[in-house]
Design a protein around this ligand. Structure first.
Ligand code: PMM
Length: 296
């Protein structure tokens, strides 16, 4: 799985010839950047369909906010939020990932038509998650996670963030493989903003090649995150609100696609859909330009 194609393809999902665009539907009242806007089932389904028409290849449906300090939603409520939206989007032929740390939600979302399980805890939050996903045969996103974002855990401590995230992800991938999920169905994700500060996020983004060295397709989820607010802050140092970070997000999408990411997870899809196409065109131009003709 060390080839470009291997990094770009996940068994059980459609193959895209470029970095895929994962649009976000947060069915939550309190998510970090879009909480409350798509809380109602009908609005959430419509939003997912809008994201597809704007260029999303797949839609990530989540019912629990992971923002720092968030309290956990209970299981029944998470199911109530997520399953009807997954069912509604699946009926329209949308490729769906379910963003959950609970095996029960993953299981019911898969039964309702989801194709991929995206667990920000990488299987750590719920011991049943890996067996449930293994039994289903669905692909699985293993994100780098150091626990719930409460208290001291909000800000992680690292000597060498790239090496530590790499090694901890490697250990999770080993656990997931041992639990029976096939190697070609595992996606890795650095977990930007999860127990990481702005510097950590930037260093990780600057070293995506190291994470690609894990030999699995890579998902990058930078959309509207705090580190981008910091990067584009005005002269007074105040970060713009989350919804004014979409141009910066699209810039990260282009860079991540260029670095070889399998997919980028974003709230605003249009600009990122363009960005990944530009990255793809450059890739083609590089290949065309590397022969004797193109070298002129
Ligand atoms: N970040 C959030 C939610 N889900 N999933 C993956 N795989 N990686 C992430 O970094 C990630 C995620 C938090 O973002 P949001 O609440 O602004 O959508």
């Amino acid at each position: 799985m060390s080839t470009e194609t291997g990094r770009r393809q996940v068994a059980g999902l459609p193959a895209w010839d470029r970095c895929a665009v994962m649009g976000v539907v947060n069915v939550t009242p309190d998510s970090f950047s879009d909480g409350g806007r798509f809380f109602d089932t009908t609005a959430a389904i419509k939003h997912g369909l809008d994201l597809v028409s704007e260029g999303a290849d797949l839609v990530d449906v989540g019912g629990e906010s992971t923002r720092p300090g968030a309290t956990r939603v209970d299981e029944a409520e998470e199911l109530r939020r997520v399953v009807p939206v997954v069912r509604g989007l699946a009926a329209e032929g949308v490729t769906i990932s379910v963003d959950t740390m609970r095996s029960s939600v993953a299981e019911k979302a898969l039964a309702a038509g989801a194709a991929l399980v995206n667990d920000v805890s990488g299987g750590l939050a719920d011991p049943r998650m890996i067996p449930v996903v293994a039994d289903s045969g669905a692909p699985f996103v293993v994100m780098h996670w150091r626990g719930y974002l409460q208290g001291g855990n909000i800000k992680g401590v690292y000597d060498d963030v790239v090496a530590e995230v790499h090694d901890e992800l490697h250990a999770r991938v080993e656990a997931v493989l041992a639990g029976g999920i096939a190697a070609d169905r595992i996606v890795v994700d650095p977990g930007l903003g999860f127990s990481k500060d702005a510097e950590h996020d930037l260093v990780l983004l600057a070293h995506l090649d190291r994470l690609l060295g894990l030999g699995h397709p890579l998902l990058v989820a930078a959309s509207r995150k705090r580190f981008l607010g910091r990067v584009i802050a005005g002269p007074d140092g105040a970060p713009p609100p989350a919804r004014e970070r979409d141009a910066a997000t699209a810039a990260v999408s282009a860079l991540a696609a260029h670095a070889g990411a399998w997919a980028v997870r974003v709230h605003e899809v249009g600009a990122t859909a363009d960005a990944v196409r530009v990255a793809r065109a450059l890739e083609e131009a590089r290949t065309a330009g590397s022969g004797p003709e193109g070298a002129r």
